[in-house]
Design a protein around this ligand. Sequence first.
Ligand code: DC
Length: 234
Amino acid sequence: MTRPVVAIDGPAGAGKTTASRALARRLGFAHVDTGAMYRAVGILAEERGVALDDDAALAQLVAGLSFELAEGGERLLVRGAGPVSGTSGRDLSDAIRGPHAGELASRVSTRPAVRERLVALQRDLGAGGGIVMEGRDIGTVVFPDAAAKLFLTADPTERARRRAAELRARGGEVDEQALARDLAQRDQRDQGREHSPLRPAPDAVVLDTTRLTFEAVVDAMERVVRARWMTDPP
Ligand code: DC
């Protein structure tokens, strides 16, 4: 049976990345964090002095980029991104973490030129199936025919708390109030934008993770995927 594409969407801080990674591991699938791709574009635009609303310059920037996943999707290598070691792409996995890259990503992701190119690259990455892809528009735009779709949410306070814990674990300084404000702003931008706004696909299973343990979240996701995969083979 062909291995399906699993689409995971939801707002910032709902636990998508860690849960998707764990789910992919359980299923033996690759994991694609599409937020990482928007973050990489944001970082590169800043590095090259491209204004985040300059569509022509952004289009030129993304046209020259391609992405490669290493270590089952845990590292993001970007080709066409400047200093390259050997024949592989530049590893931006560390540079894209942190709130500044998130802010840049949230802004470049409103631009249609950026979305168009990244969506095309994401479709290529998922073309063979056997992939858990997470983002904001995976079930609605990138893979509307995905075999299984989940939409992860959590209360804003809980999402801010989780983001703070994640940043602290990476050794960063955290201002929780600023973080909560930043999340609220990103929610607004992600949901209110004209192109591919964040919303659950009509056939997505919505999972509120506020009161669930991490294990319970991944268990619930796995149940949905296995049920859909078994009853609705592609
Ligand atoms: O999931 P994240 O925090 O890494 O995402 C960073 C930003 O990228 C977020 O503000 C929304 C945007 N994004 C998007 O518009 N579409 C996606 N498929 C993934 C992320």
